[in-house]
Design a binder for this molecule. Structure first.
Ligand code: URA
Length: 248
């Protein structure tokens, strides 16, 4: 049996307004469940099984929502910020109402694949280093990425800087191409420390000029998503996120 929830709560979670606003909608006769007008906000329903329309527009309720976003540069990875736009501001209000939060953090200037989910356990699994979920980035750096540096990444880079000291786990890194004097490098890490990738390159005297995340676990960023676009993941895709695989 599906999850039973009250109609007013269900509509609030769909982002249709506050509890009192959606009660007005319901009492005003705007809401139909399986074709029947329902005026009782307390009506319990299996929200993920019924057809819901509000003023004729259909809505789909799901208990859990997981979204892939192609994060643009210049946007904070946070739930809410008083001054700056955040990734949640790029989603319709329903997602915040359902408790979607970013699973991990990309720097303001980092672009690419970001997962937002209302499933707290999934978010935790994706960011816990012990789970070994790989995160793959493409980094444009300001010099040659030599075989010696590749081997240091593979052995585990020692980072010691103003933000602290850590021994990074071994990371697979591949030179994709040179762009003039700059190198485009694919690097896969299994941790998410503060500025992890930038600090690893900095430890070998390279500055990251551009950073984009392309893959988490076994799932790649959907190439159809333009910066700022998002889409919900299927269950099969959510399962891929946690897959530990070796390729890039
Ligand atoms: N590593 C970084 O340095 N920045 C990011 O945004 C992600 C990983």
């Amino acid at each position: 049996m599906g999850e039973q929830i009250r109609l007013d709560k269900c509509l609030a979670m769909l982002g249709l307004g506050s509890r009192s606003e959606v009660k007005q909608l319901i009492r005003g006769g705007s809401v139909r469940i399986d074709g029947e007008t329902v005026r009782d906000p307390n009506r319990k329903l299996e929200a993920d099984r019924v057809r819901i329309t509000v003023n004729g527009t259909p809505y789909t309720y799901k208990a859990v929502r997981t979204v892939m976003m192609n994060k643009p540069a210049g946007i904070l990875t946070a739930a809410r910020d008083k001054k700056q736009r955040t990734v949640l501001d790029l989603l319709p209000p329903m997602y915040a109402a359902m408790g979607c939060m970013p699973a991990g953090r990309l720097d303001k200037d980092t672009t690419g694949m970001l997962i937002l989910t209302s499933d707290g356990a999934l978010a935790h699994r994706l960011i816990t280093p012990g789970k070994n979920v790989g995160k793959t980035y493409e980094a444009l750096v300001d010099g040659p990425f030599t075989e010696e540096i590749r081997a240091r990444f593979a052995a585990g880079i020692h980072v010691e800087d103003a933000d602290g000291t850590f021994d990074a786990r071994p990371a697979e890194a591949t030179l994709l191409r040179m762009e003039g004097t700059e190198s485009l490098v694919r690097v896969k890490v299994t941790e998410g420390r503060y500025h992890q990738v930038k600090r690893m390159f900095s430890a070998v005297n390279l500055t990251v000029l551009r950073l984009r995340r392309t893959r988490i676990g076994g799932l790649s960023l959907d190439p159809a998503l333009q910066p700022g676009d998002f889409r919900e993941l299927t269950e099969a895709e959510v399962a891929l996120l946690e897959q530990q695989e070796t390729g890039g």
